[in-house]
Design a protein around this ligand. Sequence first.
Ligand code: GLC
Length: 668
Amino acid sequence: MPFGGGPCTIASITLGATVFLVSCGQSGDGAGSLGAPDGETGDAASVDVTAERDGGPMSQDALPLGVGEAQTDALGADTPAIEMRVTQLLAAMTLDEKIGQMVMVDYGALASPSDVTTYFLGALLPTGDEAPSPNTPSTWLGMVDTLRRQALSTRLRIPLLFGIDAVHGNAKVAGATVFPHAIGLGCTRDPALVAQVAQATAAEVRALGLSMTFSPDSDVGQDERWGRTYESFSEDPGVVSQMVAAAVQGFQGAPGLLACPKHVLGAGGTAWGTGVMGGIDQGNAVISEAEMRSVHLPPFQAAIEAGALTMMVSYSSWQGTKVSASAHWLTDVIKGELGYRGFLLSDFDAIKQLGGDSPRQAATAINAGLDMIMMSSGHAGFIADVKTLVQNGTIAASRIDDAVARILRAKLIAGLFDEAEPYGGALGDVGSSAHRQIARQAVHESAVLLKNDGVLPLSKSARVVLAGPGANDVGVQSGGWTLGWQGVTQTGATAIGGTTLLTGMQNAATSSSLVTYSWDGSTVPADTSVGVVVLYENPYAEYEGDTDDPSFTNTSSAQNPSGHTIYDGLAAGVVSRMAAANIPLVLVLLTGRPVRIESWLPHFGAVVAAWLPGSEGEGLADLLYGDAKFVGKLSKSWPHDSTILPLSSTLNAGGPPLFAFGVGLTTP
Ligand code: GLC
């Protein structure tokens, strides 16, 4: 049955219990064109839709016309049936319904849940620090379900996409399993494990009715001064590509969830001093096209081949042009050369960084190839702007149709149309012991042993002092994007859950009293046989993690252009006090990047880069006591105290490292 594009016949589509009498034709041509429901002239195919609706759920087998089993089992496979369904829906949509699908707005900006219905909104998100109160899995499910049902009460019942930053587990949600951040997962060199982590995360996201995760980060971070270094799997495009593909397949292994590889393109290749706050994040990648293609593009090609149907575009620029405004990268390369058939999502309010007023920003972004615009608020104004831009020809109707077709395709392939109810019964998945076991294994494989003179593994009957504030704080272990955007230290009111390194060691020792804690290293009992010093970075995210020098002694106010305290200056005191105890020492680093430690190396018999391991601190205790073996290999080169940054094996930049990419000792 022909739909859209030209005079077509009267057809009846039964969508669930809703019957639409549909006829379509060229807008304004009269013949067969009965006009859209509200009389407005829309686009290529205006449609008259009269429907009796009982509000029943739209189900997959409701679509006759040979559509049949429109969904695919394996997420990511497009089929002729899917394409026919896209065409049918597009032909039935008004311009308002189409533009509404191109909006992803902060749910906190809605005047009421009915905004979803009023504006036919296609997608929502929580901002970094936004959560229902109290922050529990069930309150998340209740909030998401209310908003999802709004979308299902619209004329065409196009399901809502609800995205969240589940970048190391669904860690905005209290009680969720918090997995190691990507820089550690890159050190595992174990894509099967990364896929398992993504699958577990997907289950904890789907359990709340959410349908999209803004991950995997697919950036190839080159400069450790970048506050997002920990979100990137590696400085090496091959490692990043392998892990991104595994994560996409893990996230999309079951219906109902879309991965969203990010940030297209070159976010990890920007130059210090060009960043949004004067640092490096959201800055300018002053690199050749060849370097963009060889270093930063491969992970997104891998993501597309793995079935990615949404990808997020970077705030950053390339050679002075915002990527959000770059038809070259978005349309010519990503959609053209790579054949990407999913949709491109802007970053949060990223189009506001483009020149001109709101309509100009919208036109620039959409004409460059952005298909869905993520915004903090202003959805009504945006929709009105874009409608005017289409009606005055600034944005072609075909561009809108292409964008909406991509969005519909992603929602159809993800099985969102078929999902009648959220997995309310799956609330037990959130923070489950099975997922925590996967996280513990990920901690085992992500930590890297950089030095060991034999002090490791520790004896479980030895008296151990654990020193440093990070030793007893799941928030410090977890880093950014945990409960809140910038992460939390565990002094906060809402518990993350999980175990600290201290608890893990006390549980593992033959007697918990054998492991004592001294937050500043000033208390070392006389019969102590070994000290474990934990140095850390205070949690941070994005540009608030940019630092002019990744060093524990960098306490200058310039350490971070936005004033965030990353290094609190306590480290040197802890090291000197523990060194004065004249006992064997182990250094454990809870950091989002390699941090300069060369001058302190002689004090330590062993050095462990634990990165940001997340909620399962017991996994670190397993490694220190030898219940698990070290296998991790550095995913990022480690600078000397004097190294000029950026330091990258990929770019052969910065000179010889203190520890090279790929280094990692094993334990017997
Ligand atoms: C942020 C980040 C992006 C995140 C998005 C939604 O600014 O750049 O990685 O997914 O906004 O929180």
